[in-house]
Design a binder for this molecule. Structure first.
Ligand SMILES: [Zn+2]
Length: 207
């Protein structure tokens, strides 16, 4: 957790984005193998992000009050880059490709995406969201231990049930099973509803 905290502090993001009440470490020491691999959230399977540390994010109390997201919404993950994550948090919502961002730029459509298919993509399993094509690896040198690390980040979200569609993996995994708990045919969710996905944790993994 200390390493994850040091990395996130090194980003220099505004403190108002964070809420430590949502901090939680799922490393082997803090969350031993005797703890559950899956649980329930919003009536659906929640795959615990084992091996990751969650730095809590501020969630709008009005969103919580209107939607009861801690009890009624499911848990999903969104693998992304440091810059894209900061943009999502600063906009206070996921934007759709084609949206005009607060800096005046248009949110681009990633290479390889199908034209006219502008969606927000999430997954019910971090095994899929943390694939390096989504959660890009970056370099970090800790000033505490002077070691070099590869860092990945994934946003942990609450998502409104019934507000998205489900599809299979789109990385040509073939017969390789990506997650022991969610079949490959159900690992990708997509939606056009910006307000239906609320990030509450910045998951960090350093190796
Ligand atoms: Zn830990």
């Amino acid at each position: 957790m200390e390493l994850a905290t040091e990395f996130v502090e090194s980003l220099g993001w505004d403190n108002v984005l964070f809420d430590s009440s949502h901090d939680k470490c799922y490393c082997n020491n803090c969350y031993p193998t005797t703890c559950a691999n899956v649980t329930d959230a919003g009536g659906q399977i929640y795959v615990i992000p084992r091996g990751w540390a969650r730095i809590g994010l501020h969630v709008d109390t009005v969103t919580v009050g209107l939607n009861d997201i801690w009890n009624k919404w499911i848990v999903t993950f969104h693998g992304t880059t440091v810059n894209a994550a900061e943009s999502i948090l600063r906009h206070r919502q996921f934007c759709l490709p084609g949206d005009i961002l607060i800096n005046g730029n248009q949110l681009g459509i990633c290479d390889g995406h199908i034209p006219n298919k502008n969606h927000i993509y999430t997954s019910p399993t971090i095994a899929y969201s943390s694939l390096p094509m989504y959660s890009k690896k970056c370099d970090f040198t800790s000033l505490n231990d002077n070691c070099d690390y590869k860092v990945q980040i994934v946003l942990q979200c609450r998502q409104k049930p019934g507000s998205y569609r489900v599809q299979g993996e789109t990385i040509r995994a073939g017969t390789t099973r990506l997650c022991p708990f969610i079949p490959n045919s159900e690992v990708e969710y997509f939606t056009e509803i910006r307000q239906s996905v609320v990030p509450y944790g910045l998951l960090v993994k350093l190796i």
